[in-house]
Design a protein around this ligand. Sequence first.
Ligand code: ATP
Ligand code: MG
Length: 467
Amino acid sequence: MTARQDPVSRSILVVDDDPSILDMTEDLLTEAGFEVTKSASGEEALALADEREFDVVLSDLQMPGIDGLDLLARMRERRPDTPVILMTAFGTIQTAVSAMRGGALDFVTKPFQAEELLVSLERAFERRALEEENRRLRRAVARSSSFGELVGKSPAMNEIYAMIKKIATNRSNILITGESGTGKEVVARTIHFTGARANRPFVPINCTAMPEGLLESELFGHVRGAFTGAHTNKKGLFETAEGGTLFLDEIGDMPLSLQGKLLRVLQDREVRPVGGTQSVKIDVRIIAATNQDMNQAIEEGRFRQDLYFRLNVIPIRIPPLRERSEDIPVLAESFLRKHSDDERIRLSDAALRKMMRAPWPGNARELENCIERALALASSSEISASDILIPDDVTPNDGTLQEILLRMALDQRLTVRDLTDAYIDAALEATHGRKSEAARILGMNRRTLYRREERHVEPRKRAGNFG
Ligand SMILES: Nc1ncnc2c1ncn2[C@@H]1O[C@H](COP(=O)(O)OP(=O)(O)OP(=O)(O)O)[C@@H](O)[C@H]1O
Ligand SMILES: [Mg+2]
């Protein structure tokens, strides 16, 4: 086993109020190559454990003052990674059970055979080495699977990380595209907060949320008296973002007339407030985002091509979650930690498998909502597959084909007649209209099939959307 440690470094703290047992155990363990520290009480043991780390603690159960179970409980708090083995001369099932419940790794009964103790210790060291290895791996994974606020370890996400690093110091405009919930805003924030402008403002604005006139004065500012209600001069968001980043969210929804004005600002690198005569020089990086197909928007005349070219200097496309399922486990884990303080909370393997198979039309946002719901539903610290609710949960592995079909039929509120007719149609199609063959598949008398066919031409058309 490769995880095993070098014997020289294997330290044991032995705790017992009986000096003869202490000495005897010390001899035995030193002989076996361990580095032994003795302690005559629970109190002393805790003080020692506070000072340095032991690989394993081997403690008597019954001691005056802090006894073995107390010591175990306190060790779990202070050094949760240090395995504790308890020993007692009065081994009862009851004490063994409470020891294990309290988190003891093992339980040995005195007088113990040397062999028995050594086997138990061996297990403890293996466990410890394994846990260390897991921690190291988890750390390594955590390093490569996140960047800024972004989580994900797929090649696509790693490309995005690399791109963000590359553009950290320049001012080129960026256009982020991706379906709803793929993390466009998180990417925008990460670009800003890991880049050279991090200590200047990050100013987001949603271009959909406002009527055109208001959006214009929000962006560019206005001077007093520019329109009714403009009682004072007002700085626009371009000026507010000076030196930093302006995030134009849902840029695809920006009204056409405003697109022209924005284009001019980007060309001249200056803004003129609504109603004003003076222009103000600006130094702002623009990050725009959209979930629309921009080429289509341009074709349909909803978006200016020249503005698109200005914005799309650096394109960042975030693929939908279903195309990077490697990200699902790390995202799920990070959402778990984000929404629960309970470190014991885990996803069962079955829950994870179910999530890996789901299509996630709402992408990471939907996954996050699903995890939040699962946390509310879970009845133990392990989230099970049934806690994971996925809408339109029709995955091929989820029930028999018949069950899936029936569920779909119920969803569509199909009548028995719809179903029968659709099935007959399907059989006829599959047999290229050979009625006797179709009748065999359907388990139907050929004549009945002929008769039905004559009667149900119309209903069949209606049910044609099934299947
Ligand atoms: N890679 C990611 N790492 C961490 N969290 C993410 C990631 N992607 C998305 N999220 C989380 O998912 C949610 C949705 O992300 P965000 O708001 O950035 O999506 P969006 O692409 O802007 O969606 P929309 O188009 O609907 O505005 C947020 O809660 C965000 O924290
Ligand atoms: Mg968004």
